[in-house]
Design a protein around this ligand. Structure first.
Ligand SMILES: NC(=O)c1ccc[n+]([C@@H]2O[C@H](COP(=O)([O-])OP(=O)(O)OC[C@H]3O[C@@H](n4cnc5c(N)ncnc54)[C@H](OP(=O)(O)O)[C@@H]3O)[C@@H](O)[C@H]2O)c1
Length: 253
C-alpha cells in the first residue's frame, strides 16, 4: 500500500461534501494530515469524524473562501496548527442559479464568481505565498468541463467562473513553478454529488440522464476525481505544470 503523502499537510476547501470530502479521505488514507475548510461547521465536523474513523488525521477550519480575511485565516490557521502546508486542493464551489444571461440577477452572478473564481484566487494567493517561502508545494484547483471545455445554456456565471479558474491556474502555474510551487487543475464532468442533481431529481434519474449523453455511459465517481487529484499533487506528476485534466467520461472528448 503506497502512502504518497506521509508527513504532508493538505488543505482541502469544500472538504465537507462531495468531491472535496472524497479527496480529503483519499489524502488521509495515503498518510496526509488533512485540513478541510467550508462554511458549515457541523458538516466539517462530520467529515473529520469520518476520516478519523478510517484511521486518518484530520482537522477543520470554518472559512468562506470568497471572503479575503477567511481565506487568509484558513491558510494561516493550517500552518499554525500543523506546522506547514504542502498541498492545497481548491475545490469549494457552487452551481448557482440556472438562468439565461439576459435573466440572471446581478447578485446571482456575483455570488457564483465570488466563490468559484475569487475563492480560488484568494486561496491560491495565500497558499503560494506560504509554499514559495517554505520549499515549494503542489496546488490542484477544481474547474469543470462546463466553462473550461464546454458550454451549457443557463449556466453562464458558472461557466465563466470555471473558465476563469482554468486560465488563472495556467497563469499562476507559470508564475510559481520557479519557486517550486506546481499548480494544475482538474475539470470534472457530471460527478456523483448533490451538485449534479437537478431540483427534485432522484439519483437514479440523474444517472439515466447523464448516462444517456456521456460516452462512458455513466456518472463519474467522487473517488475517480479524487484519484486524479492525488496523482496531480504527487511527486509522480512532477513535470505537469499548468495542466487542466478533464475527467468527464469522454463528454468533451
Ligand atoms: N458534481 C459535479 O458534477 C461537478 C462537475 C464539475 C465540477 N464540479 C466542481 O467540483 C467542486 C466540488 O463540487 P461537489 O459536486 O463536490 O459539490 P458539493 O457536494 O455541493 O460540495 C461543495 C463543497 O464546497 C463547500 N463550499 C461551497 N461554497 C463555499 C464557500 N464560499 N466557502 C467555502 N466552502 C464552500 C461546501 O460546504 P459549505 O456549503 O458548508 O460551505 C461543500 O463542502 C466544485 O468546485 C464544483 O464546481 C462538480
Amino acid at each position: 500500500m503506497s502512502a504518497r503523502f506521509t508527513g504532508k499537510v493538505v488543505l482541502v476547501t469544500g472538504g465537507s461534501a462531495g468531491i472535496g470530502r472524497a479527496t480529503a479521505l483519499a489524502f488521509a488514507r495515503e498518510g496526509a494530515t488533512v485540513v478541510i475548510a467550508g462554511r458549515d461547521e457541523a458538516r466539517l465536523v462530520a467529515a473529520v469524524k469520518e476520516i478519523e474513523a478510517a484511521g486518518g488525521a484530520a482537522d477543520h477550519v470554518v472559512a468562506d473562501v470568497s471572503d479575503a480575511a477567511d481565506a487568509a485565516g484558513m491558510v494561516a490557521t493550517t500552518v499554525r496548527r500543523h506546522g506547514g502546508l504542502h498541498v492545497a486542493f481548491n475545490n469549494a464551489g457552487v452551481l448557482g442559479e440556472v438562468a439565461p444571461v439576459a435573466d440572471l440577477a446581478e447578485d446571482a452572478w456575483a455570488a457564483v464568481i465570488a466563490t468559484n473564481l475569487t475563492g480560488v484566487f484568494l486561496s491560491m494567493k495565500h497558499e503560494i505565498a506560504h509554499m514559495r517561502a517554505h520549499g515549494g508545494g503542489a496546488i490542484v484547483n477544481v474547474a469543470s468541463n462546463i466553462g473550461a471545455h464546454d458550454r451549457r445554456p443557463g449556466l453562464g456565471a458558472y461557466a465563466a467562473s470555471k473558465a476563469g479558474v482554468s486560465a488563472l491556474t495556467r497563469t499562476a502555474a507559470l508564475e510559481a513553478i520557479g519557486d517550486g510551487v506546481r499548480i494544475n487543475a482538474i475539470s470534472p464532468g457530471a460527478t456523483d454529488t448533490t451538485m449534479s442533481l437537478r431540483p427534485g431529481e432522484t439519483r437514479a434519474e440523474r444517472d439515466a440522464r447523464i448516462g444517456a449523453v456521456t460516452p462512458a455511459g455513466r456518472v463519474g465517481g467522487t473517488g475517480e476525481v479524487a484519484a486524479a487529484a492525488l496523482w496531480l499533487a504527487s511527486a509522480e506528476a512532477g513535470y505537469l505544470v499548468g495542466h487542466d485534466m478533464v475527467i468527464d467520461g469522454g463528454a468533451t472528448a
